[in-house]
Design a binder for this molecule. Structure first.
Ligand SMILES: Cc1cc2nc3c(=O)[nH]c(=O)nc-3n(C[C@H](O)[C@H](O)[C@H](O)COP(=O)(O)O)c2cc1C
Length: 304
């Protein structure tokens, strides 16, 4: 299959293949990102990093549901200063890492960017969409005016590409995406988890300590596909697809909807082999359909 490349270009940088480790899935350290890269991911996105260290919520923070996983981890992270020191240890290694950041508003987002920006990484992903942390999640990501001010604040502090990670918990997603792009975002990630809850019938209480959580995995994939499709119809910036991808068919489906790269999250709990498995399937599909580059498939679901 020589000549068939899985390489993709996104907003000025290249990945050896289109699969990325999604934010928050396997710990908050740089070695956990390297493990995903060594296992076949073309890139890895860090846990969302905020200004100050956060412990997150008490257990249970993760519960299995019929067709997915419900989590309310609470954005636990070591804070931007400590994470910056960690990133400094791999300076010069040119790792394909994207740093996810969050904050309570434009000032905090700007400050986090300032603290991290001196390090070597490919791009930022702005977490504008956590459905279960008050004050830093959807309160920001559902309001186009706030999103505009946040993206502008980050843009002022960096020359690196910015991806806005969007929430599908709002009917205003396209408006939010437009505000992000008009304010300097170079690309979009769709989607984050969907706000959800389970209740235990014996105790009669919500299962998660935080009550509300974010649903990920198979259950949200068709929602993600629809959102990617909608964004592709409206914008010409690169879209990173995310939500419930565990097979090569799922990845190809997102390419056809308009994604140029794919994040894998929940499926990773089934083992790191998922990256190589999906990449092999994409390569075989490309051979069968006679595509020589991933980009040839992007958005085809709109044309045929
Ligand atoms: C345990 C857990 C922690 C997560 N933490 C973050 C986070 O810190 N920042 C973020 O943007 N998304 C976070 N997410 C969302 C994922 O990055 C991804 O958007 C979501 O899980 C959907 O993809 P999936 O179905 O492939 O898991 C988290 C998801 C899970 C399951």
């Amino acid at each position: 299959m020589a000549g068939r490349s899985l390489r993709v270009s996104l907003a000025g940088f290249r990945l050896e293949n289109p699969l990325l480790l999604a934010s928050g899935i396997v710990g908050v350290t740089v070695p956990s990102l390297i493990r995903a890269l060594d296992s076949g991911a073309g890139g890895a996105i860090s846990k969302s990093i905020g200004l100050e260290p956060r412990e997150g919520y008490r257990n249970p923070t993760l519960v299995a549901s019929d067709a997915g996983l419900l989590n309310a981890v609470g954005l636990s992270n070591p804070g931007a200063r400590v994470f910056s020191e960690e990133l400094a240890t791999v300076r010069g290694k040119r790792l394909p890492v994207i740093v996810s950041i969050f904050g309570g508003g434009p000032v905090e987002f700007g400050r986090v960017t300032e603290l991290l920006d001196n390090n070597d990484f490919l791009a930022y992903e702005l977490n504008l969409s956590c459905p279960h942390v008050e004050g830093v999640g959807t309160e920001i990501g559902h309001d186009p005016a706030v999103v505009a001010s946040v993206v502008r604040a980050v843009r002022e502090k960096t020359k690196k590409p910015i991806f806005a990670k969007l929430s599908a918990n709002t009917h205003r997603m396209v408006e939010v995406a437009k505000a992000a792009i008009d304010s300097g975002a170079n690309g979009l990630t769709a989607i984050n988890t969907m706000r959800a809850m389970t209740i235990e019938v014996e105790t009669r209480r919500p299962t998660l300590t935080h009550k509300f959580g974010g649903l990920s995995g198979a259950a949200i994939r068709p929602i993600a596909v629809a959102r990617i499709y909608e964004l592709y119809e409206n914008f010409r910036v690169p879209i990173i697809g995310c939500g419930g991808v565990s097979t090569w068919e799922h990845a190809v489906e997102m390419f056809l909807a308009g994604a140029s790269a794919i994040e894998v999250g929940t499926a990773l709990y089934g083992g790191y082999a998922v990256f190589d498995g999906i990449n092999a399937g994409i390569r075989e599909y490309m051979a069968r359909k006679r595509y020589s580059r991933v980009q040839e498939m992007v958005g085809l679901g709109h044309k045929l």
